[in-house]
Design a protein around this ligand. Structure first.
Ligand code: ATP
Length: 481
């Protein structure tokens, strides 16, 4: 970044003259102030890259100016000129936030060196700002998509593969599975990062307004069109447009979307000009588009154009292993957002959340956690903090005091005993765990049938020989009576 504009403030005319001549010769725009007040006025009304201020001036001294500019929260770089080379002045100037100080008389090389230093610092700062912004985006992205299930890992891989190109992506999944999140991830990992990401929910906009939302309109195109309006495609130019609930798009508009994909141009309503647009389309739907194609409610040609790369998001109930990760993530977020001290879920509560079927998917989970954080003052959330889930989970069969389903209990126990799973060496966990479930089950049934294996096999719904083999394998002792 180049330095452009410099302020020189000194009550000595000769100093102002010498400095301005030298600096202008180097191509800088130089403003001059005769006293502290004039300097402050100029600083308030202009953008300077650097201010060179005399320490002794009428109005405010250079040191007072440092204070005033700092009060304004200005990040203006200021250099103080002093007539006496006393350490006191120099220390005072630096303490008050001066960028540097110089003692008069000075050689113009000194000014050159300072400018060079400012220039370098600026360059580094601007590079750091860019890096910080990039990091923020990445952090944002990585923090935002949570899940380590095989299904989600597949999704990440696909995002990584498709993001760099301009290929059209169709994200399918139930409501709340994170389709918009995936669309954003594609955009932020593409070369279109830094350009707009525009989302439009086709189901949320009345059909007669959808066209002008997408393609814009010219002034006077219809009653009420008092000014030209740019459509979402033009707004997204250079970037990505996310068309959510594409299955709800009327057939006539589907034809127009197809044209954007083929011709890469749009026409505003009431206009005749074709406007070139460079937009990547990511579409999403929670409907079965193939089914809509069969029913002639969705254009087949558009379906194939959109479905170049499909991404299928699995409902949360089919990737329960992601629930604890999501719970921790949403807990952390909610506590930070609501400014309350961190909370955790008890193993019982986690088991309850894990076994719930989440018809509203991740969105429902997120809202449930937020509600519990708001309502509970305890740092540990227990099943009673999720009353809605408990009622549905246990239904009319609620009996025991801690009425968890068998699956929830097993889940809880498993979590507690397999905490160091990644460190375990055994490759036989599946069998070990199954044995621990099979053994008490068979023992219990045989107890009930008073050791009658034929009856036991019947109740269990397994073959008599299989039961006999299992009794041996599992080392189950048979009743003697
Ligand atoms: N894997 C995930 N990790 C973290 N947050 C998620 C994840 N999936 C979804 N979310 C969050 O759940 C909420 C719903 O996600 P999103 O809006 O992307 O879903 P959607 O499938 O587009 O929903 P709809 O079809 O209803 O528009 C958002 O707040 C989103 O941040």
């Amino acid at each position: 970044m180049l330095l452009n504009r410099i302020l020189v403030a000194d009550d000595e005319e000769s100093m102002r003259w010498v400095l301005s001549k030298a600096l202008r010769k180097k191509g800088f725009t130089v403003d001059l102030a005769r006293d502290g007040e004039e300097a402050l006025r100029l600083i308030q009304s202009n953008e300077y890259d650097l201010a060179i201020l005399d320490i002794k001036m009428p109005g405010f001294t250079g040191l007072e100016l440092l204070d005033k500019v700092r009060e304004l929260k200005h990040d203006l770089l200021m250099v103080i000129m002093t007539a006496e080379a006393s350490m006191k002045n120099a220390v005072e100037a630096m303490k008050r936030g001066a960028y540097d100080y110089i003692t008069k008389p000075f050689d113009l090389d000194v000014i050159d060196a300072i400018i060079e230093k400012v220039h370098k610092a600026r360059e580094i700062t601007s590079q750091m700002t860019i890096l910080r912004e990039e990091l923020k985006e990445r952090y944002h992205l990585e923090k935002n998509i949570i899940g380590n299930s095989p299904a989600m890992r597949e999704v990440y891989k696909t995002i990584g593969k498709v993001a760099p190109s301009d290929v059209t992506v169709l994200v399918q999944g139930e409501s709340g599975t994170g389709k918009e999140l995936i669309a954003r991830a594609i955009h932020f990992n593409s070369k279109r990062i830094g350009k707009p990401f525009i989302a439009l929910n086709c189901a949320a906009i009345p059909k007669d307004l959808l066209e002008s939302e997408l393609f814009g309109f010219e002034k006077g195109a219809f009653t009420g069109a008092v000014e030209r309006k740019l459509g979402k495609f033009e707004q997204a130019n250079g970037g990505t447009i996310f068309l959510d609930e594409i299955g709800d798009m009327p057939l006539d508009l589907q034809a127009k979307i197809l044209r954007v994909l083929q011709e890469k141009e749009v026409t505003r309503t009431g206009g005749s000009q074709n406007i070139a647009v460079d937009v990547r389309i990511v579409a999403a739907t929670n409907q079965n588009l193939e089914e809509l194609v069969r029913k002639k409610q969705f254009r087949e040609d558009l379906f194939y154009r959109l479905n170049v790369v499909p991404i299928q998001l699995v409902p949360l109930r089919e990737r329960k292993e992601d629930v604890p990760l999501l719970v921790d993530y949403f807990l952390q977020n909610a506590c930070a957002e609501l400014e309350v001290s961190p909370k955790k879920c008890s193993p019982e509560a986690m088991a309850l959340l894990t076994t719930h079927s989440w018809p509203g998917n991740v969105r429902e989970l997120e809202n449930t956690i937020k509600r519990a954080v708001i309502l509970s003052s305890d740092p540990l959330l227990t099943p009673s903090d999720f009353p809605g889930l408990r009622a549905r989970q246990t239904g009319s069969e609620a009996t025991a005091a801690d009425d968890l389903s068998l699956e929830a209990l097993v889940d809880m126990k498993l979590r507690a005993s397999l905490t160091n799973l990644d460190k375990m060496e055994s490759g036989d966990i599946y069998n070990l765990v199954l044995k621990q479930i099979e053994r008490p089950l068979i023992r219990f049934v045989l107890e009930k049938t008073r050791g009658n294996q034929v009856k036991g096999a019947e109740i269990l719904g397994i073959n008599r020989n299989t039961l006999r083999k299992k009794i041996q394998e599992l080392g189950i002792e048979l009743r003697k009576d």
